[in-house]
Design a protein around this ligand. Structure first.
Ligand SMILES: Cc1ncc(COP(=O)(O)O)c(C=O)c1O
Length: 427
């Protein structure tokens, strides 16, 4: 890596093995399920990643929104360190309650507006898991059970409407309804019970509804699918269709929630309240895998009873402690408003570049979640150049450069990024 922005020249991080040795180990013993850069990160702090020699790189990916609060946020680190050093962090059997879990559940349930208000102002309940896809699958169980129990659909016949170019994770049920062939090819038999329609097309949704339809699973803005915002009125239209047909409307905000798009929740842009919400990634500030499915208490109690779901680590104390601290940081540091304000600043500069650049086809996004679709469709070509200049970014759906930095990014860091985007896009 060549980058002149060097902070120190001593080896840093977990090990002293050379980059060559680490690459050899990683490629020899780790599955090759990601196409990774030959870039080895030894340390991360706030918006910056450091290599072996202390060269720094601006993280404009933030682990796909997991590091919204910035890497190793001191408040979250302290909470986790306390949990470990004071002996209240370790996983314990889910046969008992813990104060950490109870307080996390209360905080998260209260942070979200009343979900499914047509079922009453009962408050929200949370079901905590680990990786995001686990909570998506929890949501699928929730939708199906609602259809079975409340609508009387024969068990096994339930159908859920999803959208082309969706991304909800990598496990079998979820890849079964992906429209990206490489996510599912050869992994059959796939899970039935899903109907995929065009994102943004309300007529297509309407036509897909039948007597077995029990719900709709949608990203209020697509992240991996190319960073698309749905047409105005789409979420409202979904809400109406769900109400008219007694369907569960579930939003997956794993990537676009928790401040990323300039609001705490992306659905607040259209003021459309879902029946259930899936969160992950930034829910623990990037230190531990924590995700959650949240729903109106009445519905959660209808669907989940002892034995109908579970997870050894779901809601365990260390994750819960990280979750409490991570939510506190987003609220106390006003990260949603910061994403809106700094997103506007960055967007104006990116729009200026796009106007002059022959490489940019379209700029999309909200808050600090900005996509630059490139002419020719190979966004990684530009991302690789950005890395040489000290910026980590990647593509969304091949054709779009995803700019999604930690929400604590400063104005100087925005200038650093813009300078490098200019170099790459204005040649
Ligand atoms: C919208 C959305 N849902 C689900 C997931 C899956 O989350 P995880 O990788 O933590 O399982 C992702 C991950 O990028 C996502 O963006």
């Amino acid at each position: 890596m060549s980058n002149t922005d060097t902070v120190n020249k001593t080896a840093i991080g977990f090990s002293t093995q050379s980059d060559e040795e680490i690459l050899e180990l990683s490629n020899s013993f780790g599955a090759t399920h990601y196409g990774r850069y030959d870039f080895i990160v030894r340390k991360s702090e706030s918006c910056w990643l450091y290599d072996h020699d202390g060269n720094k790189y601006l993280d404009c990916l933030a682990a796909y929104s997991a590091a919204n609060q910035g890497h190793h946020h001191p408040g979250i680190v302290q909470a986790v360190v306390d949990g470990l050093q004071k002996h209240y962090g370790s996983v314990v059997s889910n046969m008992v309650h813990t104060d950490a879990y109870a307080l996390f559940a209360e905080k998260l349930a209260a942070l979200i507006p009343q979900l499914a208000p047509r079922f009453g102002q009962n408050g929200n309940k949370v079901l905590v898991k680990n990786g995001g896809v686990e909570s998506v699958e929890t949501a699928l169980k929730f939708i199906r059970y609602y259809g079975y129990k409340s609508k009387g659909i024969e068990d096994g016949k339930q159908e859920i409407i999803v959208f082309h170019n969706n991304f909800h994770g990598r496990m079998i049920a979820v890849v079964s309804f992906s429209t990206t062939p490489k996510y599912k090819e050869g992994f059959g038999p796939l899970t039935p019970g899903f109907v995929s329609v065009e994102y943004g097309n309300l007529d297509a949704v309407k036509n897909a509804i039948n007597e077995n339809t029990c719900g709709i699973l949608v990203e209020p803005m697509q992240g991996e699918g190319g960073m698309y915002q749905p047409p105005e009125g789409f979420l409202k239209g979904l809400r109406q269709l769900a109400d008219d047909n007694d369907l569960m409307l579930i939003f997956d905000e794993i990537q676009v929630g928790l401040g990323r798009t300039g609001k705490m929740f992306c659905f607040e842009h259209e003021n459309v309240i879902p029946d259930g919400l899936v969160l992950g990634k930034a829910l623990s500030g990037g230190l531990l895998p924590v995700s959650a499915f949240v729903a109106n208490t009445k519905l959660m109690d209808l669907v989940f009873r002892p034995g109908s779901d579970g997870s050894t680590f779901g809601g365990y104390p260390l994750g819960a402690i990280a979750g409490i601290a991570a939510l506190d940081v987003i609220v106390k540091e006003g990260l949603s408003a910061r994403s809106a304000e700094y997103g506007k600043i960055l967007r104006a500069k990116i729009d200026e570049i796009a106007e002059k650049s022959s490489h940019v086809k379209e700029v999309r996004g909200r808050g600090l979640f900005i996509g630059l679709e490139v002419v020719g469709g190979d966004a990684m070509k530009y991302c690789r150049k950005l890395l040489e200049l000290g910026v980590l970014a990647n593509d969304s759906h091949g054709h779009t450069i995803r700019i999604s930095p930690p929400l604590v990014i400063t104005k100087d860091e925005i200038d650093y990024l813009v300078e490098r985007l200019e170099k790459v896009l204005l040649d």
